[in-house]
Write a protein that binds this ligand. Sequence first.
Ligand code: ZN
Length: 311
Amino acid sequence: MEDYPQTIMEFEQRFASEKACREYLLQLRWPEGFHCPRCKTKEAWLTSRNLYYCRGCGFQTSVTAGTIFQDTRKPLRLWFRAMWHITNQKHGISALGLQRTLDFGSYETAWSWMHKLRRAMVRPDRDRLSGTIEVDETYLGGERPGKRGRGAGGKTLVVVAVETRRNHMGRIRLHRVPDASAESLEKAVKEAVEPRSAVRTDGWRGYSGLKDLGYVHQIVREGGEVGENLLPGCNRVVALLKRWLLGTHQGAVQASHLDYYLDEFTFRFNRRTSVSRGKLFYRLVQQALKVNSLPRLSRKLDGLSLQPTIS
Ligand SMILES: [Zn+2]
């Protein structure tokens, strides 16, 4: 069952102690109770330092091991607040905003937290888009005043894929690509879109191999140029993305960090109709527990969580 606070009052009351935060993480990480990641034993001693000491094989672990909270020296309560704030601001917050909200002494800490949490915003096992998808590229960054010096002029090319359903936009995917060659674009489309879907693009030759890759390729117009597009879904997403980068982050986005921002934007956009902000918080906590763990390990844990409870 999805269990999350609905309001700031509920949040404050519920996560007032380290113990309460840890219990929430436990519930999300091991819904059926503790399982040793090594030997699957369900019995463990809990040490005074909140380590689980497996009774089967002696393996020691904790609820935060292998997650973004591993080795943190800050209280979990502070992490929870950060996640609550990030998911409750409709447009997100900058590292500076987080630093102020949480009263961090250092900007660097706030910045590194923002980046860890952005990584958690993308589910490693997320589905690809399907149905009818508009695909286009756009250039980001580089041309704004005030950011000369580092990476000046270094515009970044991003592939935008948007599900369209009867004039409504569905989910999106954003991929940074090195260039607009067929090799780069096809790779991006394959990562973002299910085969057999209808992919609408302009007539750029970089897309001409899509049919051979198993897509239904629809060309909306011959002879399109980068940035000049007749794909309304892509246009809309690009406009929102640019406004978001300029507004929330004052354009202070370095090209090397762009992937994290694209992930955050995608997370927010794809959940824009979610009624409850608390649910976004829940998803973020859930994903923060998965992001650093080894894929094989997390798959094992998923399998185990389907077994009946023995407690
Ligand atoms: Zn064990």
